[in-house]
Design a protein around this ligand. Structure first.
Ligand code: 3PG
Ligand code: MG
Length: 391
């Protein structure tokens, strides 16, 4: 088991924290969603309260070893300063004497944010000498970057070789939430899976079949299953090369006694456009139309299933929820999830965005800060960032 923050002696230490401040910025470089910054704040506050001096490192975007002005971390550091109401200093480099000096110059109560790790190609390459350079910024290492725990990058998998290491509070909270649904869930355990592509979700379905009692499928990925069942899908999105895999998933579900529910009606349109004329059809989709959301009958069936669950995993929207005409399905499912007594884990970038858009974040058991990382955990994989802290 990885150590936790409270097991570490932090007093007067420089505490090097890997955070995931890969947050969206607008054209004026203002942070448009500070969810990841707020989620990491308790760890930073706990380090300050224990007399430690937090030195924060993160990536932003994918600059591929180049310095890109738009991807500097200064705005994220400033936003953190507002959130924790403490001085956050900034170093425009993450390695070398200037960064080391800045870490040593920190006074009690101050925080240092160093520059985007991915301005150096050695970070994503996971190079050991770069990890050793980063390790010079701290006396202790804390990994609180759940969203990046699936990357075997230098700051994630390399630095813990050089410093006493532990998980941060956010990382611990994330791991506990996934453990709660994947090891000893209150049953029935139901997974609501959506999103565009079956290809993204097949490994997830295959792992979840060993854990869950029921799977509800929505989003464009449903239409590969619908075509496999021999039903007309019009011009709906479909991954033809995965029809065989969809059939295997259904057979595996049958074998394991897992009920796999598919949409029986659909909100359709002739074009993938916000102002397209919407009409309801089902179970078959007429020629020339594509399904862009689940229909009212499906919503009713799914809401009934949700109401009977004790634990829920939600990954992926039911339709094109960004467009108001095709939002009702996702909205109704979100409402049913919020109204149910079940403990809910929301994982995956798009379902998190849907929950935020609908303003029901507070009614979920846990809303993950990880997209790719949460998918990999639900697929049953070991995350390199966690493995590095355990060894
Ligand atoms: C994310 O937002 O997915 C994480 O910050 C990891 O970023 P990456 O997908 O570019 O590695
Ligand atoms: Mg990603």
């Amino acid at each position: 088991m990885a150590k936790t923050l409270t097991e570490m002696d932090l007093r007067d230490k420089r505490v090097l924290v890997r955070v995931d401040f890969n947050v969206p910025l607008d054209a004026d470089r203002a942070v448009t969603s500070d969810a990841r910054i707020r989620a990491a704040a308790p760890t930073i506050e706990a380090i300050l309260a224990a007399g430690g001096r937090p030195v924060l490192m993160s990536h932003m975007g994918r600059p591929k070893g180049q310095v890109i002005e738009e991807l500097r971390l200064k705005p994220a550091g400033q936003r953190l300063g507002e959130v924790i109401e403490a001085p956050v200093r900034y170093s425009d480099t993450c390695v070398g004497d200037a960064a080391i000096d800045a870490s040593k110059a920190l006074e009690a109560g101050e925080v240092l944010m160093v520059e985007n790790l991915r301005f150096h190609a050695e970070e994503t390459a996971g190079e050991d000498h770069f990890a050793a350079q980063l390790a010079q910024l701290g006396d202790v290492y804390v990994n609180d970057a759940f969203g990046t725990a699936h990357r075997a990058h230098a700051s994630v998998a390399g630095v813990p070789k050089y410093l006493p290491s532990c998980v941060g509070l956010l990382m611990a909270r994330e791991l506990a939430a996934f453990e709660r649904v994947l090891t000893v869930p209150d049953r029935p355990l139901l997974a609501i899976l959506g999103g565009a592509k079956v290809s993204d979700k097949l490994p997830l379905i295959s792992n979840l079949l060993d854990q869950v009692d029921q799977i509800l499928i929505g989003g464009a990925m449903a239409y590969t299953f619908q075509k496999q069942a021999g039903l007309n899908i019009g011009t709906s999105m479909c991954e033809d090369d995965l029809i065989g895999a969809a059939a295997e998933a259904r057979a595996a579900a049958d074998n394991k006694g897992v009920e796999l529910l598919l949409p029986t009606d659909h909100i359709c349109a002739a074009e993938f456009q916000a102002d397209a004329v919407a009409s309801t059809h089902g179970p078959e989709i007429p020629d020339g139309l594509m399904a862009l959301d689940i229909g009212p009958e499906t919503v009713q069936r799914y809401c009934q299933a949700i109401a009977g669950a004790k634990t829920l995993i939600w990954n992926g929207p039911m339709g094109v929820f960004e467009m108001p005409s095709f939002r009702a399905g996702t909205q109704a499912i979100a409402q049913a999830v919020a109204d149910s007594d079940a403990w809910t884990l929301v994982g995956g970038g798009d379902s998190v965005a849907a929950v935020e858009l609908l303003g029901i974040t507070d009614r979920m058991g846990h809303v993950s800060t990880g997209g790719g990382a949460s998918l990999e955990l639900l697929e049953g994989k070991v995350l390199p960032g966690i493995a590095a802290l355990e060894s």
